[in-house]
Design a protein. Structure first.
Length: 416
């Protein structure tokens, strides 16, 4: 429950995307948040307050003089009870009103009265989004510290195509999870591998393994939540790209190796989560191998693939390296041997058949200080715990690097 104990005021303003706010309310609650909906009058033209009341189990407020709040100050009561105010959809009119500090309805008033962060997910026609008045209002709000989630571009309800669509509810919920994650990796660059590899035998056949990519993808997401700039080199998997991640798709171990070597410069952290094939077929056929009646099976020759993790760990300016080991028994002894063989400071051992394809896992971390057990949990929870463990070790090993990079970026920004 990534949003457990988080109290969110969800503001719904007038736009057709208001129907998606109902799905968003459900998603935030499914992640453990409590959701208090506040609607503008225009918002209620699109979706009835009863819908949100039924979904959230809380009364919906829209009137600044609502008698249900004892002291008749709902703007103060509601904003004091919130950890964050999220307005989704945020219409052009609403952005204009709060950019100017207007308090002409309950939602605008509580946005001014709040002492918690304000996030907005704009939704409007592309010309309204591009209009100089909206551009000015957005710039003002950004200067005031308001966080923008989206908008997205694509086909709009009006039939036009362009920027201004509200992000999908699940993407907005991911932003909320990121919002509440301490930024232990701010300024850090992280490179990961994940998933299986596929080694062709001929154009339609190949050798692969049962890795789903779920652990590596969950780690990429957790690192992005923690503020890292994440590049994920992914073997063949149908998983969606994790939040805040740059994804490079590869198929074979050789392609994964080449992609990692091209990207590793400047990385602070490398994590090898992929289940990389140890061998490739050296005599793969360019045309499909034909089965003939009574004929011999193909004579496959194998060549050893490069060990990507060991290659990165032995670079002269190697990033902090973390390896994974999928073992079938004796995690501790096999993990320790693998840590030494690969030359990595931290190795995460797990039981191969107890993690491949599953949504949960448990890990035994092995480093120079000894053993740390991370209990069985779903892979997102486990990834968040592992990210904290890695942050502690990385901060001890390389405390100064992000600062140096940040000040370089700041200097660059000044001249931009
Ligand atoms: O040797 P083994 O495959 O068990 O090692 C697992 C660890 O090494 C994982 O971190 C995996 O991503 C990495 N690895 C690699 N390149 C290979 C084989 C494994 O990066 N060719």
């Amino acid at each position: 429950m990534e949003l457990a104990n988080r109290r969110i005021v969800l503001g719904v303003t007038g736009g057709v995307a208001a129907y998606k706010a109902a799905v968003l309310a459900r998603d935030l609650m499914a992640r453990g948040a409590s959701v208090q909906v506040v609607m503008t009058a225009a918002g209620q033209r699109f979706v009835g307050a009863e819908t949100f009341q039924a979904l959230t189990g809380q009364p919906v407020f829209s009137d600044a003089w609502d008698a249900r709040i004892e002291n008749r100050m709902p703007h103060i009561e509601l904003s004091r009870r919130a950890d964050v105010v999220l307005v989704a959809p945020a219409s052009a009119d609403f952005l204009a009103r709060i950019a100017h500090g207007l308090c002409d309805d309950l939602l605008a008033t509580l946005c001014l009265a709040r002492d918690c962060p304000l996030l907005v997910a704009p939704a409007m026609n592309r010309q309204m989004w591009e209009h100089p008045a909206t551009r000015r209002n957005v710039a003002t709000l950004r200067d005031d510290g308001v966080g923008f989630i989206g908008p997205d571009s694509g086909v709009q309800a009006c039939g036009e195509t362009g920027e201004g669509r509200m992000l999908e509810p699940s993407d907005i919920a991911e932003h909320l999870c990121a919002h509440f994650t301490p930024k232990r990796f701010a300024g850090r660059r992280v490179l990961l591998t994940a998933g299986p590899t596929f080694e062709p035998i001929d154009p339609v056949r190949g050798i692969t393994n049962l890795s789903s990519g779920k652990m590596g993808f969950a780690l990429a997401r957790a690192l992005a939540f923690a503020g890292a700039k994440v590049t994920l080199v992914a073997g063949p998997t149908t998983l969606p790209t994790p939040f805040g991640t740059r994804r490079l798709d590869v198929t074979t171990a050789m392609q994964m190796h080449d992609a990692v070597m091209a990207e590793v410069g400047g990385a602070d952290l490398f994590i090898g989560v992929a289940a990389v094939a140890d061998w490739r077929v050296a005599n793969a056929s360019k045309s499909k191998l034909k089965k003939t009646a009574g004929g011999a099976p193909p004579d496959l020759q194998f060549a050893l693939n490069p060990d990507i993790l060991a290659a990165v760990a032995s670079l002269p300016a190697a990033p902090y390296c973390v390896g994974f080991a999928a073992e079938s028994e004796d995690l501790e002894r096999n993990g320790q041997a693998k840590r030494a063989a690969k030359g990595v400071p931290l190795l995460c051992a797990n039981i191969g058949h107890a993690t491949f394809g599953r949504d949960d896992n448990e890990l035994l971390l092995i480093d120079e200080a000894g053993l740390t057990r991370l209990e069985r949990a779903d892979k997102n929870t486990l990834a968040a715990r592992l990210v904290l463990e890695i942050a502690n070790r990385l901060e001890a090993a390389a405390p100064d690097r992000p600062k140096a990079r940040k000040s370089r970026a700041r200097r660059r920004g000044k001249h931009a």
